[in-house]
Design a protein around this ligand. Structure first.
Ligand SMILES: [Zn+2]
Length: 467
């Protein structure tokens, strides 16, 4: 498949240039003026071409509960989430389709899905999500969400003695599943990569982390995890290890230049230095952090220390959407209230680079995607600059990042294949998808969670809230 995109606006170091872009055999073949026409011609007049963004942390199946969970902190919100998640393989498949569509239509060409697994159907869950992503054609990084401790172990004990139920599946059995998944599905050149992805220090033993490191080394897999999302996790790390979670992860060897860490809200100065030194990537999930009251991640400090930062939507029930442009906007301007020095504030151009090249770095794909360069894979998004939400004609990147763009994605290519044209996904029937999600769900407005009620007293006491 070949394309020539003519007269399209592209971003240069400090300005814009109008050029032609050729796509040949999945790659960006040429960028320049008046290029020969090859393949399908796309008129790029009054449109802007950017490298696709990476939705660098989400949980696709949370789509089924978006809008449903009342305002709660992470530890209690999770209890509500798991109590009401009645997933099946069809739902996993549909919500992966939905996540892919919403990511594409908000500028993303890759998704990192920290995928919740159905107990007893772990392999099938992963297969269902991959089938969805392949059908849509988005580049998928599947990070199967694994743990080997039960949910209550994620809350600090404080002064109390807590006994936790053992997790239902052994650490060894979990690692075997992941290895089988890697052998079956890890095909980076075909658009599907598997990551090792223990959920976080709060629910994972060292044995699970170490097993993931071994798999990552053996199969050259990127690594993913949640990290210090809440104050409770900061406390828990001290109880569990007698040091910070970051120090511990460094000690056991989990941090590296192909490790991306979601949230990173409660890190110390010393922790930040460790992330810089190990070249780990921070995935900023600003909406989820606000929604769950987790806190404001010190993103500007990370950047000043040289830590790579990118953006994620996080799962759709702690956001409650999958709009990458919204995450980029909030994730950029949020820090203007915490950091006085405006010279350090994130500019729209920086935000775009964080969302594209920054995301690619975090998953060890920066040599293949994340920028508009000849030889890179053609993962590209064409924005319609005549859309009302991108008018009037001021600064296109400023409008895209700081505005409230809606329906502005005209076309998307992933690996040189066009999968969005005229603002519509062409690979699947989105009307049919809407019907199916509509019929597989029902209005649910009176929800009461037993598990939240059981955990609340302990949580309030440990966190110093009055009873
Ligand atoms: Zn998450």
């Amino acid at each position: 498949m070949k394309f020539t995109i003519q007269n399209v606006l592209t971003v240069t170091d400090d300005a814009y240039a109008t050029v032609d872009v050729q796509i040949v055999d999945g790659k960006i073949a040429a960028i320049g003026s008046n290029l020969d026409v090859i393949g399908t011609v796309i008129d790029g007049t009054h449109q802007m071409l950017l490298p696709g963004f990476i939705n660098a942390h989400t949980h696709s199946s949370e789509m089924w509960q978006r809008g449903a969970i009342r305002p709660l902190p992470l530890e209690l919100w999770l209890a509500a989430l798991y109590e009401f998640s009645q997933l099946n393989l069809e739902k996993v498949y549909l919500s992966a389709l939905g996540t892919a569509v919403e990511t594409l239509l908000s500028g993303g060409t890759s998704v990192v899905d920290h995928l919740v697994l159905i107990p007893g159907q772990e392999f099938e869950t992963i297969a269902a999500a991959i089938r969805a992503y392949r059908e849509v054609g988005i580049r998928a990084f599947i990070a199967p969400l694994i743990q080997d401790e039960s949910l209550t172990a994620g809350i600090p004990s404080g002064e109390t003695q807590q006994n936790h139920e053992p997790y239902f599946r052994s650490t060894a059995a979990t690692l075997e599943i992941i290895e089988a998944v890697v052998q079956q599905f890890h095909r980076p050149d075909e658009g599907v990569s598997i990551l090792v992805a223990p959920t976080g220090i709060q629910l994972c033993s060292d044995a699970l982390f170490t097993g993931c490191i071994e798999l990552s080394d053996r199969y050259n897999l990127s690594r993913h995890s949640h990290l210090l999302e809440t104050r409770a996790q900061e406390k828990l790390a001290q109880e569990k290890y007698g040091c910070s979670a970051v120090e511990h992860l460094k000690r056991i060897g989990y941090l590296s230049d192909r490790t991306s860490l979601a949230h990173c809200v409660w890190l110390s100065e010393a922790d930040i230095d460790i992330l810089a030194e190990t070249q780990s990537t921070v995935v900023h999930n600003p909406l989820s952090n606000l929604r769950l009251g987790s806190g404001i991640a010190p993103i500007l400090k990370y950047q000043q220390a040289g830590v790579n930062v990118t953006f994620g939507c996080d799962g759709a029930s702690s956001n409650d959407s999958q709009d990458l442009l919204e995450a980029i906007k909030i994730g950029s301007i949020l820090h203007n209230v915490t950091d006085l020095d405006y010279q350090q504030w994130i500019t729209p151009r920086q935000a775009v680079e964080m969302a594209s090249l920054g995301g690619a770095k975090g998953i060890n794909f920066a040599d293949k995607i994340g920028s508009l360069e000849v030889g890179k894979n053609a993962d590209l998004v064409l924005y319609d600059l005549t859309h009302l939400s991108l008018l009037p004609r001021t600064d296109p990147i400023g409008l895209l990042v700081l505005g409230r763009p809606s329906n502005v994605v005209n076309s998307v290519w992933v690996n040189g294949k066009q999968i969005v044209a005229d603002g519509r996904v062409t690979t699947i029937n989105v009307d049919d998808l809407r019907q199916k999600i509509f019929h597989q769900s029902q209005w649910d407005t009176q929800r009461q969670s037993q598990t939240v009620a059981q955990l609340a007293a302990h949580y309030r006491s440990v966190m110093g809230l009055n009873q």
